[in-house]
Design a protein around this ligand. Sequence first.
Ligand SMILES: [Mn+2]
Length: 391
Amino acid sequence: MGAGTVAGMSENPAEPTSAEPNPAEPTPAEPDAPREGARLDGVRSGEGGGAPRRELAPGYQEQLDQGYVFGSVQTFGQRPLLTHPDQLDAWQPDVAVIGAPFDLGTTNRPGARFGPRALRSSVYESGTYHLGLGLEIFDHVEVVDYGDAYCPSGRVDASLANIRAKVHEVASRGIVPFVIGGDHTITWPSATAVADVYGYGNVGMVHFDAHADTADTIDGNLASHGTPMRRLIESGAVPGKNFIQVGLRSYWPGEDVWDWMSEQGMRWHLMDEVWDRGFKAVMADAVAEALDGPEFLYISIDIDSLDPAYAPGTGTPEPGGLVAADLMRIVRDLGHRHHVVAMDVVEVAPAYDHADCTINVANRLFMECLAGMGARRRDAAGGSPGLPGRR
Ligand SMILES: [Mn+2]
């Protein structure tokens, strides 16, 4: 890399300055006021900022309408790419997808930095009509792609600060960020940004993972993909008692970490419990615990919560995990029943994928939540249940 490249990087507008937030130094709970008319009730208000203005460059919509992900415009779900906060204000989407191509926190197989690109370029997109809910997803939930947070190679603090700033740009407008990892480290800046907006203690977390990710440090690293959940609890962004983990298994972490988690009031549901009681019964408890106090829900999905049979393309595959069909329906239900203010899907490492299994299920997890959110808006508007054959 030449000096000119380095100089160019320093001029990147996304480069953090000393005045910008740094996840390594979490700011105290001083929530920003979301934009007037922001949809804090989970339902589009149609107020605040006037009617949406949704204009694209000439020919752009035609490129999107070609309708295949391998076309010239590669965005999440073939949605428009917006690149500036002013465009968010004009467009007024419900959801903005953000890529967080950061994997410097990975302990085993690296490569999750390629997750955002793969979900935009290589997913099979069969359509947008949700069969189970009977709705055109994007008729009920307006979604844009908001590009990536800038994650310069080798620079952990700058990358995490940029992720936090980018998520904040979205969440502070009452728009729901859907963040594509990246390794699980990115949930630290992402959930911090969401808590900055909605208030520390007002956001509950449902965290699907094979691993608790609550170590103090990994190899001396505070910003590992094995530590983000501890950082979020230490800062107060998410209270321990509302930080609920589902699908944990394997042989890590050790007993001292579980002691720390207990002291924080954390609650977890091992894969053993899912096997014993059934996923739906476990999730009823998990959601009640996450929202025991908080009104708002953050969903964080480590793709390794799924069995490697469904998601081999990940850095730390752990046998004995969740079933893709089950998790998709659970996530749909979370979006439908609860006020989801953010979601991330992390640890998708395409280089280890087989037959695009992992990238497709990662896409479907986002799509199922979007469908649930769309149904929530439709229901709130008094719309038809619209189930096929039942109108
Ligand atoms: Mn994880």
